[in-house]
Design a protein around this ligand. Structure first.
Ligand SMILES: Nc1nc2c(ncn2[C@@H]2O[C@H](COP(=O)(O)OP(=O)(O)OP(=O)(O)O)[C@@H](O)[C@H]2O)c(=O)[nH]1
Ligand SMILES: [Mg+2]
Length: 358
């Protein structure tokens, strides 16, 4: 096997580049999201290519760059350099303004990245908003509000909902809350089944089975991809199939690759992946989590442990970077009570409270 790394704006496109070059007979080794010097996040995925496939593709020969291509790449490089110079200039203007420095320091202390703030200030150069700290803070809050997205709860068609996330963030507890909500707490009672892919953790099966027993909901433990596909086919008559997964540290490549296989399962219904994040997530861990979980193409984020912190800046920053809609908030350990539909106002109120404290 030969390893090769592919880069694109998102993990899926990087993987598609690899497939385009070497076909589907490749396997994923790692997936990372890296912030390049120009401040843009890009996905790097490394795949292992069977030697014979690699040789066949390599022997196809390298296409030499013709003059036009060389010229274009020179122009592109020059453009990049000009952009970098422009950024530096704008940064100097910002740093010289005491209002900007004060507001930037406050928002950064609360968890918002300098990179995002600088990109906001750039759009304001020459505006009087930059002369008044209150006005500037209000403007930034509005921008955060605009950037945050909410995914409405939609049970109009049957769905398979898989919850992934780091260890101990509350995946199993949230699945139990969602199951109770869908099966008993809404105007209509939906037919719900629970599927457990977590055969790693001691006691994981019993934990979910316990909730399933109380709620009288079907609970199935699955340990391989074929079995998963069969199970989803068997559960076609259910309105909602909730899939619990093993907690994954961003460094646990083996579990990660296994989960990718499950997500890619050729199932009768599309698998909707939700990433569960704790509101207490540390800034340093944020990008590592992003690097790995974005490969699973999550369509929404559920935030847990709202009750355990008063500081939501880091999480907001994650949402600004990630640009994913939020679907639910978990606000405590109680099943099924401590679950809310995601609400931008609720989240921003907490953040404004934190900002007001200085
Ligand atoms: N305070 C608080 N605790 C929570 C919340 N959600 C879950 N917990 C607690 O967090 C702990 C871990 O919850 P689990 O549901 O087992 O977490 P998990 O993500 O399934 O864990 P792994 O499967 O080991 O990765 C338990 O003690 C839960 O009661 C929440 O919103 N707030
Ligand atoms: Mg669990």
């Amino acid at each position: 096997m030969i390893n090769e790394t592919f880069v694109a704006s998102d993990p899926k496109s990087a993987y598609e580049l690899a497939v385009e070059k070497y076909g589907t007979n490749i396997s994923l080794v790692s997936a990372k999201q890296i912030k390049y010097d120009d401040g843009v996040l890009r996905s790097e995925i490394t795949v292992a290519i069977p030697l014979e496939v690699y040789e066949e593709v390599s022997l196809g020969g390298v296409v030499p760059k013709d003059d036009d291509e060389a010229l274009l790449s020179e122009i592109f490089e020059l453009k990049e350099q000009l952009n970098l110079m422009k950024d530096d200039m704008h940064k100097e203007i910002q740093d010289a303004n005491p209002v900007v420095s004060e507001v930037k320091a406050l928002f950064m202390r609360k968890g918002i990245s300098g990179f995002w703030l600088e990109s906001m200030f750039q759009t304001l150069i020459g505006s009087e908003v930059l002369e008044d700290a209150k006005l500037l803070a209000a403007y930034l809050l509005e921008e955060i509000d605009d950037a945050l997205k909410v995914k409405e709860e939609d049970l109009t068609h049957p769905k398979v909902m898989m919850i992934v996330g780091p260890t101990g963030v509350g995946k199993t507890t949230t699945i139990a809350k969602l199951a109770a909500r869908y099966a008993y707490l809404l105007d209509k009672r939906y037919k719900v089944a629970l599927v457990n892919l977590d055969s790693f953790k001691v006691g994981a099966i019993e934990q979910l089975a316990h909730y399933a027993d109380i709620m009288q909901i079907e609970h199935i433990v699955v340990d391989d991809v074929d079995n998963f596909k069969d199970t989803l086919e068997r559960l076609e008559g259910y309105d909602v199939v909730l899939v619990d997964t093993a907690g994954m540290s961003p460094y646990d490549t083996e579990k990660f690759i296994q989960t990718v296989e499950f997500v890619k399962t050729d199932a009768p219904r599309e698998i909707e992946v939700s990433l569960l994040l704790s509101a207490t997530v540390k800034y340093e861990d944020m990008e590592d989590i992003y690097q790995n979980f974005s490969f699973l193409n999550p369509s929404s984020v559920i935030i847990s442990k709202f009750d355990e912190t008063k500081h939501f800046g880091t999480l907001l920053n994650f949402m600004l970077l990630y640009n994913l809609p939020m679907s639910y908030f978990a606000t405590g350990q109680e099943v099924p009570d401590d679950l809310l539909l995601a609400d931008k106002e609720f989240l921003l109120e907490q953040f404004i409270g934190d900002i007001d404290e200085g």
